[in-house]
Design a protein around this ligand. Sequence first.
Ligand SMILES: N[C@@H](CCC[C@H](N)C(=O)O)C(=O)O
Length: 266
Amino acid sequence: MNFHKYHGTGNDFVMIDDRAEAFDLTDQARIAHLCHRRFGIGADGLILLRNREGYDFEMVYFNSDGRPSSMCGNGGRCTVAFAKFLGVINNETTFLAVDGPHEARVEADGTVRLKMQDVAPAQPAPVYDELGDVYLHTGSPHHVRFLDVSEGHSLAEFDVFGQGHEIRYDQAYDPAGTNVNFVEAPVEPGQPWAVRTYERGVENETYSCGTGVTAVALAASTLGATSPVRLSTPGGLLEVTFEQHATGFSDVWLSGPAVQVFSGKI
Ligand SMILES: N[C@@H](CCC[C@H](N)C(=O)O)C(=O)O
């Protein structure tokens, strides 16, 4: 079986052209093995590109634990780059993912822009809301906490694994759990919002999470951020643009690099 390894700001994926539908979707142990960083290829997730009537292709996403999951924003952008590499699309596409249809565009510099589903307004998070934490669903569930740097908290030194793990497994989020984002606001206008994310299904901090930075950008709009919002992750910069309404957010686009790293055969 041939595979290709991609990353979108360090959120990395094993990509498989499965238009022949030969891959066993139920073999979670195999998917987890392929994603394993010691015994496998190593990735935060595995993505199959399949044919789908009425669309250019379908993206089938699994977290590195081998389980199918909700939408992956960086994975979606990487799948678009992969579809272009395979010659399935040119620069514009409409494809199907687990949360519905998505439009996307590959820019001349390789930036992939992905349209996300409309998003409901940020809600007070079901846990820790005395700290002002909020919850949004951007295709995947996201808990967002803005750190109070005046209290001496710095994102660079924050215990993302420990705190993220505790919130992800809080019973208020049972049974599905949530992804958890920690955010430091820009000091100067124009600087990016800094984000680190604990990802459900990877059960660790990843270098970047596309649906996570989307949730942060939309949550930041309640603190005065206006579209476009730039976000820095440990793996690089992303941008989110959106229209804000009383009923939520529409025209939400996630943009950034999507890079092929290497290819191989197993
Ligand atoms: N890395 C992803 C999110 C993948 C799904 C997430 N781990 C979940 O299970 O909710 C992204 O870029 O959005």
